[in-house]
Ligand binder design. Structure first.
Ligand code: FPP
Length: 245
């Protein structure tokens, strides 16, 4: 536990974010810099994801959400989409045994209905086999879009209104939040985006209302546990006001 002794690098647990979101960006550029196909960048990114997810658990992060594939990523060339889906498939197969050693509970967020049947089955298996875990909650966003997620929640509420169960005037923010994939989880505290881009890209739109952002100039495949520590340190120094003073 040497890392926890380095007081200058590692914040006290009380200022640890409970829920961290990561936009795993920069895989394509990482590959390009090396003259490799983009899918090689995603493969390297998937390795980084494995390392950082386990590291977050060790650091005591209660909940981690990673953006693996957005509703907009279908616009990429078919071979790149296939490569990302294959990486996900590999990870799921491997994780079914790996998860046994980890105290991580996994959930997939996003609309999984257009995904291959075997992938959907593996996702369900991973969720079911880790449902009893008490450690970190890991959300993997696949075919996820923040707007789609809000729309999905609002549509369900609209049906209840149409059925006369709910009055439009009685609708509260919690009703919308309660219909999201992350409804039972802590609020998002910190969003990390490596690769030097300063965008949210339709990630956790509702949940990020009061989140702190940390943008980092490192490409995701190069992202190391040390970079996570740096982000946590930056977060620990922020003064969160939630609209107050
Ligand atoms: C964004 O980088 C990255 C993605 C769209 C895919 C992220 C997917 C992985 C890291 C693998 C997922 C696998 C598992 C096991 C969760 P980019 O391609 O947009 O990079 P660029 O901006 O440099 O082109």
């Amino acid at each position: 536990m040497g890392l926890f002794r380095k007081k200058t690098v590692t914040p006290e647990p009380s200022v640890l974010p409970q829920h961290v979101g990561i936009i795993m960006d920069g895989n394509g550029r990482w590959a390009k810099k090396r003259g490799l196909p983009r899918k090689a960048g995603h493969a390297a990114g998937a390795q980084t994801f494995r390392t950082i997810a386990k590291y977050c658990e060790k650091r005591g992060i209660a909940c981690l959400t990673v953006y693996a594939f957005s509703t907009e990523n279908w616009r990429r060339p078919a071979d790149e989409v296939t490569a990302i889906m294959n990486l996900l498939r590999d990870y799921l197969k491997e994780s079914l045994s790996d998860f046994k050693q980890e105290n991580i509970r996994v959930r997939f967020i996003g609309d999984r209905t257009p995904l291959a049947d075997d992938l959907q089955r593996l996702m369900q298996e991973a969720e079911e086999s880790t449902a009893h875990k008490t450690g970190m909650q890991l959300n993997i966003a696949v075919n996820y879009g923040g707007r789609e997620e809000i729309l999905h929640s609002v549509r369900r509420l609209a049906k209840r209104v149409a059925d006369g169960e709910l009055s439009p005037d009685a609708l509260r923010e919690e009703d919308i939040g309660g219909g999201l994939y992350t409804a039972d989880q802590p609020e998002l505290d910190l969003i990390l985006r490596p690769s030097g881009e300063y965008r949210l890209s339709n990630f956790l739109l509702w949940q990020s209302a009061y989140a702190e952002y940390v943008f980092m100039d490192v490409l995701w495949p190069d992202f190391k546990p040390h970079d996570l520590d740096r982000a946590l340190e930056e977060y620990a120094g922020r003064h969160r006001r939630f609209g107050g003073v």
